[in-house]
Design a protein around this ligand. Structure first.
Ligand code: PGA
Length: 254
């Protein structure tokens, strides 16, 4: 596939971790993303919403982007506790993760919800990072490709109004230390790429496909070298600057 030229993106999903003191981690990431590393991979940190504005201000002028972990589909309104994509943009965020499996499972988000959130992201000028992935039971039953194809079909709009990132995150690999075989990742990413190209033509070639789920320094080089893997969505290891930077360093080395 002609997508081999896409720059890797390594995005850190901090989930519900991080206090003001965690700014040290962001500072170390900014410092470590020097010219050599920046030539290899784009870096993004997605802290909890409480830190978004401060992190965006701190990272301003650096090569590290700051994103959010979720948004509401509406631009404003009576949605207690929720955050609009416009608010993320206003706080200096450049991207937003939507449809993470923890949102789909713990907050009952459907593919249609995720699609509405992705559309909200574009409306606000943000880059949506749309997450998909099968459960262990679905993989064991041989349904992984079909489940992910269905999620992609339902979570993305009929045409692309802007840049898009898709993250394949097998639910059973998140936070478990387990990862699929390189053959399974290659098969899934190849299938996602074909589906995107069928749906969007050439624009489907430009969508970066991240792998997520227990990415760490010790497995990053192998995962990042797989065809159609254009970066990583990193949870636990993104909370440690050295580990996060080591994952980025593993990009583009093969
Ligand atoms: P993990 O999480 O790297 O801790 O497995 C990945 C994610 O949920 O995005």
């Amino acid at each position: 596939m002609a997508s081999g030229h896409l720059r890797h993106l390594v995005a850190g999903n901090w989930k519900m971790n991080g206090l003001k003191a965690s700014t040290d981690v962001l500072d170390a990431v900014i410092k470590g993303h020097d010219a050599v590393l920046a030539a290899r991979a784009d870096l993004m940190v997605c802290p909890p919403a409480t830190l978004l504005a401060a992190f965006a201000a701190r990272a301003g002028g650096s090569t590290v982007a700051v994103g959010a972990q979720d948004c509401h589909a509406a631009a404003a309104g009576a949605f207690t506790g929720d955050i609009a994509a416009e608010m993320i943009a206003d706080a200096g965020g450049k991207a937003v993760i939507v449809g993470h499996s923890e949102r789909r499972t713990l907050h009952g988000e459907s593919d249609a919800d995720v699609r509405a959130k992705a559309e909200a992201a574009w409306r606000a000028g943000l880059l949506p990072i749309v997450c998909v992935g099968e459960t262990r039971a679905e993989r064991d039953a041989g349904h992984a490709l079909a489940i992910v194809a269905r999620q992609i079909a339902g979570s993305l709009p009929d045409s692309l109004p802007g840049d898009l990132v898709v993250a394949y995150e097998p639910v059973w690999a998140i936070g478990t230390g387990l990862t699929p075989t390189t053959a399974d990742v290659a098969e899934m990413h190849g299938a996602i790429r074909r589906q995107l190209v069928e749906r969007y033509g050439g624009a489907g070639q430009a969508v970066r496909l991240l792998y997520g789920g227990s990415v760490k320094p010790s497995n990053a080089a192998e995962l990042m070298a797989i065809a159609d893997v254009n970066g990583a969505l990193v949870g636990g290891a993104s909370l440690v600057a050295d580990d996060f930077l080591a994952i980025a360093k593993a990009c583009g080395t093969s």
